[in-house]
Design a protein around this ligand. Sequence first.
Ligand code: FCB
Length: 438
Amino acid sequence: MAEEKIIPKHDHETLKFPDGFLWGAATSAHQVEGNNISSDWWEWEQKHQPQALRSGQACNQYNLYEQDFDLAKSLNHNAHRLSIEWSRIEPKEGEFDESEIEHYKKVLKALKDRNFTVMLTLWHFTLPKWVADKGGWENGATALYFERFVRRVVPEITEYVDLWITLNEPGVYIYETYIERAWPHSKKSLFGQIKTFLNLTSAHKKVYKFLHSNFPAGKPVGIANNILSFEVSHKHSIKEQIAVWLNDLFANHLFYMFTRGTHDFFGVNYYFHIRLKDRNIIPGANSLMQQTHDVSDLGWEIYPEGIFEVLTDLADDIPIYITECGIASTNDDRRNRFLISYLQEVARAIKAGVNVRGFFYWSLLDNFEWHLGFEPRFGLVEVDYSNLERHIRPSALVYTDIIQHNGIPHSLLRFIGHTVQAEEVLEKRQKEIKKEIK
Ligand code: FCB
């Protein structure tokens, strides 16, 4: 696209990102593929969830992946994060389904054919049913089963993968299973929680070691961790300070402390800003959310400064990728503002010296949001579930605009201020980009 077309004359400044920055979107297998019938989630949905909250055919990406990758390409993404589904590849203990391995080879090759940098997640919340029947992550053997699966599948697909994510959000998995008790195998068990945590750390370490010792040309390995920004009310009591310290330790740092030296990068999933009230000191409790601020359709506070805070707090000598960040909203103007304001804070963190190398918006398309079903709309691309048609949302074009500039043009920054002029500029840009990508 000729730059003059999309940069208005008065637009001198662009808030630039580093060269080679990865721009993409993220998905996970169970949330988009459909008919993931050998997984524990599938079984749980049939038993415990009403029809409307079951994953069913989801977005049918299992069959429509080429179309979805074409869409991401047309939107100028240069990277993509996705996961492979253990329960498809090893539906029965020790029995690997060659045709499913072939399927994932095709999927990953389709990404490479389109020149994407590929970030692959090896475990994103779902387990094969047989693993769950043996106790899931509470069972110490699960780390070994997981390693066996990884050893079998990785040599087949490694040529198509650039960055590995061993595990997605171990903390959220534990929180939803043992504290919120909204997910499969949920129960009240401190002991179960601790075993699950330790087994997940062990699984990560084993797979990290395997990926590095067997593939010396080594591609970076990390996890995608849900990192929250915490804040106290303004009373500044000692109790509150301790609560923030504890929350930050448990939610943001504990997994890294137990797996030190086995992360080539930090993968940050950023969604939450939590304001603590002095009577609540339990890590992660939902009641801590402040309701008086602007929120997404899920009630999650919109707080761009939080991403600056977590990035500067985590900053170390290893790179950071924002492996997920997004908003559930049927109001696309809100998603426009979300993208611009959150990315502005990412740029600010980079300016402050944080080594951020990429951003993966959650999600490329609307999808199955776990126990909440299909109502939350996170997609850059809207999915019409009556016929599975995909429709690019205007906010996807704002993201494209940013990608094409490898930065945020000044006029977009003004859009955060909701001025009429800024909205006109934005609409004009969206129209131009739409024509361009057709
Ligand atoms: C994250 C999960 C992802 C998606 C988003 C909204 O916690 O990793 O699968 O559900 O939240």
